[in-house]
Design a protein around this ligand. Sequence first.
Ligand code: AMP
Length: 293
Amino acid sequence: MDSRVVQEIAEVRSQVATWRREGKRIGFVPTMGYLHEGHLSLMRQALACCDRLVVSIFVNPTQFGPSEDLSAYPRDLAGDLAKIRSVGEALVFVPSVEAMYPQGAQTFVEVMEVTQPLCGVSRPIHFRGVTTVVCKLFLIVQPDIAIFGEKDFQQLVAIRQMVRDLRFPVEVLGGPIVREADGLAMSSRNAYLDPDQRMSARALSRALTEARLRFAAGERDAKHLLGVARAILESISGIEIDYVEVRDPVGLHTVEGAVKSEDRLFVAAYLGRARLIDNAPLGGACGLPPASV
Ligand code: AMP
């Protein structure tokens, strides 16, 4: 199969129906485009475990708050298609807003609890938009496997919850965070950073690394580890912290007192108009130093 770009839902349904008849295993990677190596790594992961790959590119309006960056969100369809082709063959679904949200649409899918803390505080309608669009995409693509990046860890947890609750016959996999050489988690929103902000942005992954180093040295107190991470972010002018928190990776409950290796440190911060997020487990390997604990 050559890579194909389709805009119509009916075309996706028809192609997927053919693949299903042929017994193909279908992998799906939803994106908002402006692709980078983080997105491509998820596509490679899907190609490694599936016979066919569907990638969606859709800047989903319902996950942006009224004062967020919907109209400014970076787009480059031609560049995205070239990048996808460099990875392998895919059916690339690029729907219009009208196709995904028929005029007068009033149906949403909302995951109630795991969407409340962390990004849910400053982005109260965000996850409702994410789960609604992913639900619609799952109904159109009907994948066997769908892959989401751990970069948006709370999103991954919310999707897993939705899939369980709605009994979707979809296996959800997480993909490791892909980082720039200096540790900054790749993100389409990094395009908003000016050179000074780009330098400052290194503090997010440094804050995670410093807490991980303390954990590796034996520190287990959540408050202490949070203090270490927070101090690094606060030492950089131009960074405004949204949150620094330790939570468990399954239910995203706050961890107080003694932390476990799999508990995750989550950070979010504003640099100018960019809002950046990052996270890492306190122990174990994750692509940040210490390499293994
Ligand atoms: P987005 O286009 O930002 O909606 O992201 C689409 C998918 O790519 C989501 O599952 C993200 O979690 C994932 N993703 C974004 N950045 C990265 C990264 N640096 N490493 C791994 N996955 C990522």
